[in-house]
Design a protein around this ligand. Structure first.
Ligand SMILES: [Zn+2]
Length: 254
């Protein structure tokens, strides 16, 4: 059955998404991501295996804890569905391969980074700093990124951020970039090569501007809002996996 493999990939992706949720909540706390098992944040009762099925449990329980009825964040099913969907899309692009494995690990890391940044306005070094050498190796050995391109990716990723920071401050009138964004861009450049950063920064700035202007129009011009940049860089990097080669061909006029 042709449907079996895609379905399997989606289910595995959603289950990993469930683990990514745990990472989003625990990594900024400096807590272990393995112990203890998932529990309700309000009544602390452990969540049984039957209530821990990605997406489905949230729908069956209507987004509330079975024991105390407290509302569960919609982030849980959202991250599970997003991770499952991206696993599926990567499977369609790469098939069963090392490229699928490493591009999925890369995507999963970015999902965690993006949601932590959305919640806390920080990008944890504990992901990006080990991520730079790890994704450098994975990019060079499995994704076909040239070693020099990856090395320049790290250097330019860290360097071109100054320009983005100035642009971003000018646009939003607030200091939006931190050291976390520098490491994040370096990690992306390590995996995808320095050329990808052109697209990533462009896509992040454009989508950031659109969202920023929308929020301003919606909440009033002088409202102070904090939109972190990490999620937009992540959208840029993940979409580069799919459209990067076309963008590069367009850019080089081929
Ligand atoms: Zn509860």
């Amino acid at each position: 059955m042709w449907i079996f493999m895609p379905l399997f990939i989606f289910v595995v992706g959603a289950a990993i998404g469930s683990f990514l949720n745990v990472c989003v909540f625990r990594i900024p706390e400096g807590a272990s991501i393995v112990f203890p098992a998932s529990r309700c944040p309000a009544c602390k009762k452990p969540i049984s295996y039957g209530d821990n099925i990605p997406i489905i449990s949230y729908l069956i329980l209507r987004g509330a804890c079975r024991h105390c009825g407290v509302k569960i964040s919609p982030q849980y099913p959202a991250v599970e569905a997003l991770t499952g969907l991206l696993a599926l899309l990567l499977f369609f692009k790469y098939g069963l391969s090392f490229q699928l494995l490493f591009s999925f690990i890369f995507t999963a890391a970015l999902i965690v980074v993006a949601f932590i940044d959305l919640r806390r306005q920080i990008i944890p070094h504990v992901i990006t700093l080990p991520g730079i050498p790890l994704f450098f190796m994975a990019g060079v050995f499995f994704m076909g990124t040239g070693a020099l391109d990856a090395f320049l990716g790290v250097m330019i990723g860290a360097g071109c951020l100054y320009f983005v920071a100035v642009y971003y401050e000018w646009l939003t009138d607030r200091e939006g970039m931190g050291g976390g964004d520098v490491n994040l861009l370096a990690m992306m450049g390590a995996f995808l090569g320095w050329q990808s950063l052109i697209y990533i920064v462009l896509a992040a700035s454009l989508s950031g501007a659109v969202i920023g202007i929308t929020v301003m129009a919606w909440k009033g011009k002088d409202s102070k809002f904090a939109i972190p940049f990490g999620p937009f860089l992540s959208i840029g990097a993940v979409s580069y996996l799919f459209v990067g080669e076309y963008f590069m061909r367009f850019l080089l006029g081929r």
